[in-house]
Design a protein around this ligand. Structure first.
Ligand SMILES: [Zn+2]
Length: 262
């Protein structure tokens, strides 16, 4: 680390849990953020400011006036420009050292699968179930940690699926439906602006903890926030042996067997 880096990251380096070694680990890491909207904006901003060396951000959308109420990586002068380009500009302003790769495209499973090979943590900040399920399948196949977040109305949720471990539940264990008929896009629902900031920031916290290997992540837990009462709840998640995505690795735990149980 050079002198500027020692100064820029000094408040991290002062933390015994991080130190110079931890900060160097962050500088060498590569995080994929899927979605540059309400959750992706704060998540990417904190990851870039924290010194994550390489950030790949994908989103196929362009900045719209209705986004600016909560999608803090964008600004009024960027309306009509791709969200990934806008986010890249914001992140470069905060920390020019971070290598930001902006992918202005919708991710399908094949593209994601190629992309995650080089990724340390995947942040799901997308706004639709098809993408969420695709990200989960790819992370399960590739054994990558997945930090999932969602915010709608006054409610938010965060979960970590650390799919490096075969005993970890996956997103599909939690939401087993296909999602084809329940695609409540945040794009057409009301969202309380700072709630996306809270949830996206928690996603950044969990991502950094995984990269640094510190603390206890939300792996196997679903954290729920009711913004109106400001109550947080944490629910334990179990791996579903019948899960179509992560289950049935152990033939003794097949769906048929567990369903046959009384
Ligand atoms: Zn599963």
């Amino acid at each position: 680390m050079n002198d500027d880096q020692l100064l820029r990251y000094s408040r991290h380096i002062l933390l015994p849990e991080i130190g110079i070694q931890g900060q160097e680990a962050l500088l060498k890491s590569h995080v994929l953020v899927v979605g540059a909207g309400g959750l992706g904006s704060p998540a990417a901003i904190y990851l870039a400011a924290s010194g994550v060396g390489k950030l790949t951000i994908c989103d196929d959308d362009t900045v719209d006036l209705t986004n600016l109420q909560r999608q803090i990586a964008h600004s009024t002068d960027r309306i009509g420009t791709p969200k990934t380009f806008s986010a890249k500009k914001t992140l470069a302003g905060i920390n020019p050292e971070v290598n930001v790769i902006a992918l202005h495209q919708r991710m399908d499973e094949t593209t994601l699968l190629q992309l995650v090979a080089d990724i340390d943590v995947v942040v799901d900040a997308s706004d639709n179930f098809l993408t969420r399920y695709a990200i989960n399948r790819v992370c399960t196949l590739s054994k990558k940690p997945l930090v999932s977040g969602a915010a709608i109305r006054f409610e938010g949720q965060v979960a970590v699926f650390d799919l490096r471990h075969t005993h970890s539940p996956c997103y599909q264990c939690l939401f087993p439906a296909d999602g084809e008929d329940q695609d409540m896009r945040c794009a057409v629902m009301g969202v309380f602006a700072p709630l996306t900031g809270v949830i996206g920031s928690v996603q950044a916290v969990e991502t950094l903890k995984i990269l640094l290997d510190i603390g206890q992540t939300l792996n196997g837990r679903l954290l729920l926030l009711d913004g109106l009462s400001m109550e947080w709840r944490s629910i334990k998640l179990d791996k579903d042996p019948c899960c179509r995505v992560c289950g049935a690795e152990d033939p003794r735990e097949t769906c048929e067997n567990s369903r046959a149980m009384p």
